[in-house]
Ligand binder design. Structure first.
Ligand code: C2E
Ligand code: MG
Ligand code: MG
Length: 427
């Protein structure tokens, strides 16, 4: 590697450009399938940098590089993309050995402090040749992200499912703006029913994406939108559409029920969230009593504070709120104590079972009792069967949202429910 533009200034290893040239060379020679492509970085390198300074960090990188280089055969390649990000092409039969090496490399700092460096590794066994040399960086990098953020393990091999997911997320982000502009996102309404009277008492607005003749579920497009922080536009849009629908129902002489809409915790990054929600409802000309804002709890202390402020802000503006999926993750009594919410939605995990546990029964009874005592409404979601209704009634909750009564319905179908709010008695 003589071309300086193709080298990393610190380690002298091929940089991204240099590495890609090496990969392209092997694709052209037809030898690329002999290799496993690696992407790895150093665990805790941020701490090393903050503790020993940039100079210390650089020293670690240089020594680390030397040790890894010692391992390489002539036709294997190590690249340094920048920071503590490395890539390598290693003969497939030596990949386990390479992983073992990366599991503990010793380096020394000036004062003879010994550090044992472990890496997190993504890898791709190249079984078939391919056209884009960038894949030798991109694919193992997908595995590395999975290792770090999903599986929390040191080594992960890339799979087709991971690559598909990345492609799907990318597609969502690329099409998001135009989908919003073209009104491809629809709001479906899932009824909430009082099981004592079989009467419609509310509904939740749930977003769907009508794309290419298919109805895409939120599980597909919400995570990538949350990740890149753009979900808030969709949540405002859903609220706006719900308000439009409510306005039309009133104009048509129907009596609406309160509609809850979901706001992602990521939306809290928008400091004007409560104000914007208030403005959207007010501008639509509907009565505030027809909207409820659903949010989920959080363990993150900072988020908890923001959430508490947000809920209070909505309360002061006369907008109702609900805690969604209560009991699914880390619920706390502080949620009940601090948050001035109108509704507690019990997560379906409590009833999503064939046999109800006596522990759940005790817990639910007390939660529902406490929530009611605090003046909150309680709704149970995900109810599919009559025995679940019996169980949930027994512990003191009567408002039900679930397939037992209705799935999320297209707006025209939901309007039929508004016209006749009483459900035929079901057994
Ligand atoms: P969620 O807010 O907890 O909504 C309830 C989910 O449970 C809905 O899934 C609903 O279809 C499903 N469900 C309801 N009853 C039953 C049942 O009896 N059995 C089963 N198995 N499932 C039931 P959906 O519509 O796929 O939405 C999934 C999640 O996506 C929602 O969970 C919510 O977190 C999110 N989401 C939906 N719409 C929006 C939105 O406009 N904005 C944001 N930020 N998130 C949304
Ligand atoms: Mg919800
Ligand atoms: Mg929920």
């Amino acid at each position: 590697m003589r071309d300086e533009q193709m080298m990393h200034y610190l380690t002298g290893l091929p940089n991204a450009g240099g590495y890609i040239r090496e990969v392209a060379g092997r694709i052209n020679q037809g030898t690329i399938t002999n290799y496993t492509a690696f992407y790895f970085n150093l665990k805790g390198f941020g701490n090393i940098n903050s503790r020993y300074g940039m100079e210390g960090g650089n020293k670690v990188l240089v020594q680390f590089t030397e040790k890894v280089k010692d391992f390489l055969l002539d036709d294997e390649v190590l690249g340094h993309l920048g920071g503590d990000n490395f890539v390598a092409l290693i003969k497939t039969e030596r990949k386990e050995k390479f992983c073992r090496l990366l599991n503990g490399i010793e380096v020394y700092l000036e004062n003879d402090t010994k550090l044992k460096i472990q890496s997190t590794i993504g890898l791709w066994d190249i079984e078939e040749t391919f056209d884009d040399p960038g894949d030798a960086i991109g694919r193992p990098s997908v595995a590395l992200q999975h290792a770090k953020h999903v599986l929390h393990v040191p080594v992960v091999k890339v799979t087709d499912a991971m690559l598909k997911k990345v492609a799907s997320n990318k597609e969502v982000l690329e099409k998001y703006q135009s989908a919003l502009e073209n009104r491809e996102f629809l709001v479906f309404y899932q009824p909430k029913v009082d099981s004592r009277t079989n009467t419609l008492v509310g509904a939740e607005g749930l977003v769907r994406w009508k794309h290419g003749g298919e109805m895409v579920s939120p599980g597909v497009f919400i995570p990538p939108l949350e990740e890149n922080g753009e979900i808030v536009l969709l949540d405002y849009y859903v609220l706006r559409r719900a308000c439009e629908d409510i306005k039309r129902w009133v104009e048509e002489g129907l009596t609406p029920v309160p509609i809850s809409v979901n706001f992602s915790r990521k939306d809290l990054l928008d400091v004007d969230l409560a104000e914007n929600i208030d403005r959207i409802i007010t501008n639509s000309g509907i009565d505030k009593k027809y909207i409820e804002v659903e949010v989920t709890e959080t363990v993150d202390e900072q988020e908890h504070g923001e959430l508490s402020k947000f809920i209070k802000d909505l309360y002061d503006r006369g907008i109702m709120t609900a805690i969604d999926d209560f009991g699914a993750g880390y619920s706390s009594l502080a949620t009940l104590r601090e948050f001035q919410v109108h509704t507690l939605k019990i997560d379906r995990s409590f009833i999503n079972t064939d046999e109800f546990s006596w522990k759940d029964e005790v817990i639910l009874k007390d939660i529902i009792h406490m929530a009611s005592g605090l003046g909150m409404n309680v709704v149970t979601e995900g109810v599919e069967r009559i025995d679940q209704i019996e169980f949930i009634n027994k512990v003191g909750c009567f408002v039900i949202q679930g397939f037992f009564y209705d799935r999320p319905l297209p707006v025209e179908e939901f309007e039929e429910r508004l016209k006749n709010k009483v459900y035929p008695k079901k057994e």
